[in-house]
Design a protein. Structure first.
Length: 238
């Protein structure tokens, strides 16, 4: 059974995003949809001595475009973000483990938001030794219903099991999956436990940078993996 996840690319996303990647054979970047500014697409949080704070990529005022059309013309943010990460995590136990990833990402000449996000996600996934195959959806029939768009992608690549996060319940037509012989599975993030973390009491839902800096390759022990997978029936019964 070939499994897949289809998601928009996010900026240095949290561990739940990478947990989805870890349980999928195929991961599709779905950046041909409408960009939403000041969402996870261009910002995320890390944690310093004064608590959690935002790192935001400046994307201008034009939001009437797809995610993969957003160009980042201001490059000053890279130096600022790298400096903030260094200040927050230079004393973390595993900061040296991810230093090369950070150097590669923030020295890159990539200016496309989707490209920036995908580069980070792929590099972190390689560091964590995931075997997932990545694909980039660069065109799709946006006139079709949202669920049908996903099903068409899955059928084109011979996928028989689709894994998605809990928020998808707000727009998915679940019946369409069974009608097309595709098994629908939700991912339940509620089982996450705290991990040793710098700067005071534990704060969850931070960028993966926080987990990596504090735990390095041990980060995989703080994922749920297959334990997070539940059926639609179990998901709706919660």
């Amino acid at each position: 059974m070939k499994t897949a996840v289809i998601l928009q690319s996010n900026y240095i996303p949290w561990r739940g995003y990478f947990d989805l990647i870890s349980v999928a054979d195929h991961f599709f970047f779905y950046d041909v949809v409408q960009y939403t500014k000041n969402d996870w697409r261009n910002r995320n949080q890390i944690k310093g001595p004064n608590g959690a704070f935002w790192l935001t990529i400046p994307t201008g005022t034009n939001i009437k475009q797809q995610i993969n059309q957003v160009e980042v013309t201001n490059t000053k943010w890279k130096k600022k973000h790298l400096s903030s990460i260094n200040q927050a995590y230079s004393k973390a136990a595993h900061f040296d483990d991810i230093a090369l990833i950070l150097k590669d990402v923030y020295s890159s000449q990539q200016s496309n938001l989707s490209g920036i996000n995908q580069q980070i996600i792929r590099k972190v996934s390689t560091f964590l030794k995931f075997k997932t195959q990545f694909h980039n959806i660069d065109k799709i029939d946006l006139s079709s219903a949202p669920t049908l768009r996903l099903i068409n992608i899955l059928k084109e690549h011979g996928i028989s099991r689709y894994i998605t996060g809990p928020s998808a319940k707000n727009y998915l037509d679940e019946s369409q999956f069974s009608q097309n012989n595709i098994e629908l599975t939700y991912f339940d993030y509620s089982g996450y436990r705290p991990y040793p973390q710098l700067h005071g009491p534990f704060v969850d839902h931070l960028s993966i940078i926080d987990l990596l800096a504090n735990q390095g390759l041990n980060s995989r022990e703080h994922f749920l993996g297959s334990k997070g997978l539940i059926t639609p029936e179990a998901f709706h019964a919660q």
